[in-house]
Design a protein around this ligand. Structure first.
Ligand SMILES: *Cc1c(COP(=O)(O)O)cnc(C)c1O
Length: 425
């Protein structure tokens, strides 16, 4: 990227959803996460527009960002939830999302979690193993209700993404093979309280090419046609999530909603049931930034380190997946370019946001923003090194609202106590 482009970046970085970031960081201590409501609404409507005229339900993957404020925003726009735990069920209901717009995914649903979701009368369970199917049948029978289930197909396709976020290969823990799913349908008459009438597939995350989708949906479609021919009615096909976003300007080229939806439509041509979508990252990632200040510039033996007040506990993706995030200054000045290793204060070498990154020169106190942190940012954060969870702020056309207070030290140790009352088990 040339200097002109950087300067352009700097100008565009000073405001986010109409809010002056320097001024905002004057009110709130860094680090904090900021989310643009306009950007989220934009993504929701792109997808809704692409789906116009289709019987479809968007179930936002809550794990991407489970902030109540964001769940509220989803609900306001008719978006449901894809949950993977009781905690997410609780949050989704708390945000007002009706149970008939909630689907439950995940390989390790406990009996307790299944029972709670049954009691809440959620729309559908995406079932990932035969044992789970039998557990669902037993628990549904015990309270006398019929659960709707989809089998999660593992189509054995390579999503061409990072190994840790690939979920649709035979060696991954997710879903079952088509051969196994075929047996479930053949034996479904033995399920008195589970209506097995759906298919589900989710092949991975941060997918930047349509090809893996085409292949996965082709296999699912072929199976759906086979099932219909055998007399098994399929009421819904859930195509999962995974649509990638731009983490690196000029480098990542995400697919657009219309092209993605047209791949789904083409593959499932003639399907009369309902389509379910489970986007997470696509809806929120680019709507979020992490604001952080430079604590100091440290000149090492061989490298220059930019030490930030944000760390891996606030944004784990670079440490966990070697993920790239664009990092840009918010000061609006033109400065000489240099190269830094950009790190946090946590006592881990892995607490590194970028290595050898070209940046305008920085000084202590400079405000920077780490981009595309709206998904798998705050939701993956921890209090490692006893760093309280960062604040989260929703921005909307020039205004802002704190939607999560920065955690206090007292909140951080809530539930902890010295070992005073010893008991025997
Ligand atoms: C994580 C997940 C999603 C969302 O993935 P994104 O890449 O964030 O869109 C959707 N469905 C299931 C089953 C998931 O586990």
């Amino acid at each position: 990227m040339n200097i002109d482009a950087i300067a352009q970046d700097i100008r565009t970085a000073s405001r986010f959803d109409g809010v002056d970031l320097q001024a905002l960081a004057g009110h709130l201590p860094t680090p904090f996460h900021a989310y643009s409501a306009s950007a989220i609404r934009d993504r929701i409507s792109s997808l809704q527009r692409a789906l116009h005229g289709t019987d479809a339900l968007i179930c936002y993957a809550v794990k991407a960002n489970s902030s109540l404020a964001i769940l509220n925003l989803m609900h306001e726009h008719g978006v449901g939830a894809d949950i993977v735990s009781s905690g997410e069920l609780w949050r989704a209901l708390r945000a007002g999302i009706p149970p008939e717009r909630i689907v439950f995914s995940g390989v390790g649903k406990s009996e307790q979690e299944i029972a709670e979701a049954l009691a809440a009368r959620i729309l559908r369970f995406n079932v990932e193993s035969h044992d789970e199917l039998l557990t669902l049948q037993r628990l549904a029978a015990s309270i006398g209700i019929t659960a709707h289930a989809a089998v999660r197909i593992n189509p054995d396709v390579d999503a061409l993404t990072h190994a840790k976020i690939s979920t649709g290969k035979a060696e991954n823990k997710f879903g079952v093979s088509i051969e196994e799913a075929r047996r479930w349908f053949a034996e479904k008459a033995s399920l008195s309280h589970v209506q097995l009438d759906g298919l589900h597939v989710h092949i991975g995350s941060q997918i930047l090419s349509l090809e893996p989708y085409r292949e996965a949906f082709r296999r699912v479609a072929q199976f759906w046609r086979e099932l219909e021919a055998a007399g098994h009615a399929i009421a819904s096909i859930d195509v999962g999530g995974g649509v990638g976003v731009r983490y690196r300007e000029g480098h990542d080229h995400p697919v657009d909603a219309a092209a993605y939806v047209s791949v789904v439509r083409t593959a499932l041509e003639g399907f009369k049931g309902r389509l379910l979508f489970e986007p997470g990252r696509y809806l929120v990632a680019e709507a979020g930034v992490l604001l952080t200040r430079v604590i100091r510039v440290k000149h090492g033996e061989h490298r220059k380190f930019l030490v930030l007040d944000a760390a891996m506990n606030d944004l784990l993706r670079p440490s966990l997946y070697d993920a790239w995030h664009d990092i840009v200054p918010v000061h609006g000045e033109t400065r000489t370019m240099t190269e830094y290793d950009i790190v946090g204060p946590v006592c881990e070498t892995g607490d590194t946001f970028a290595r050898g990154r070209a940046m305008p020169e920085c000084v202590a106190g400079d405000l920077l923003m780490i981009r595309t942190t709206g998904a798998y940012g705050a939701s993956m954060s921890s209090t490692y090194n006893s760093r309280p969870l960062a604040a989260e702020v929703l921005l909307d056309r020039g205004r802002y609202a704190v939607v999560r207070q920065r955690q206090s030290f007292e909140d951080m140790i809530a539930g902890e106590q010295p070992a005073r009352h010893w008991e025997t088990a």
